[in-house]
Design a protein around this ligand. Structure first.
Ligand code: SAM
Length: 242
């Protein structure tokens, strides 16, 4: 597997990155996908998988694939999938590209906090941004800039979808609050100022329409770029629309 570009990374993007080395990725499905989702954030992996099944298309960009669990288990629409993986770190790219080798994914190393290099391409009909926002440190202009970068690579009518652990506007238990604070102190989470209200506002600013659902300590979202629609339901019952 080859990686297409090296990052012109901001100093900010690299904070907290040792968490995505190969030895940790081998434990990622057990610890994060299964245990933390259920016990801490109370948004079980099946809900996230349903989110992928609902929105993924066959020309897809996966930002921050981690171990690639959801891509490996979701249902792509019929026909061959054209899959691009983008990550700041090489290990998640290698790990997920190997796991998804049946799709021959293309890999790009880049920092989502920076404008994306041309090599990423554009015209993606879906982009997933799952559990990445809460990891991103806050550059001086705010990390919401990532939505501008993601919007630019979407096809007209394409969908950005994802989820993120928030600090405000979601339900925290004693345990989830403790771990959220611990991860912030360790530098693996940077979601101190992340709230439902801020996420709504940001999606509203960059997209024609969006929906957002809170499940436990997690917000799931999807947002559509202007243009002719691609197939997909507006979202599960209980979602709030923007
Ligand atoms: C918590 S993992 C999420 C993995 C997977 N998407 C999931 O839902 O389980 C965060 C991923 O984002 C990547 N990442 C972190 N900061 C990034 C940045 N600035 N630009 C691009 N990728 C980044 C990490 O290397 C890692 O693969």
């Amino acid at each position: 597997m080859s990686i297409d570009a090296s990052p012109g990374s901001s100093a900010f993007g690299f904070e907290g990155q040792p968490y995505y080395e190969n030895r940790r990725l081998r434990l990622y499905d057990a610890v994060v996908v299964n245990a933390s989702n259920r016990l801490l954030w109370r948004c079980p992996k099946q809900r996230l998988l349903d989110h992928y099944n609902e929105w993924i298309t066959s020309r897809h960009l996966e930002v921050g694939p981690g171990s690639g669990y959801y891509l490996d288990h979701c249902r792509f629409p019929a026909g061959p999938a054209e899959l691009t993986l983008l990550d700041l770190n090489p290990d998640p790219l290698h790990f997920t590209a190997h796991r998804l080798r049946r799709h021959s994914p293309r890999c790009v190393q880049a920092d989502i906090l920076e404008p994306l290099p041309d090599i990423v391409g554009d015209g993606f009909t879906s982009v997933a941004f799952n559990y990445v926002l809460h990891c991103l440190p806050e550059p001086p202009g705010g990390k919401q800039v990532v939505f501008k970068h993601l919007r630019q690579v979407l096809a007209p009518g394409g969908v950005l979808f994802g989820s993120t652990v928030l600090s405000q506007g979601v339900k925290h238990t004693v345990l989830s609050r403790r771990f959220n604070l611990l991860y912030q102190r360790q530098g693996s989470f940077h979601n101190q100022h992340d709230s439902v209200r801020r996420l709504h506002r940001t999606l509203d600013e960059h997209f024609d329409s969006h929906w957002l659902e809170v499940r436990g300590s997690v917000a799931l979202f999807a947002a559509r770029a202007p243009g002719p629609g691609t197939p997909g339901r507006p979202g599960p019952a209980g979602a709030t629309h923007g």
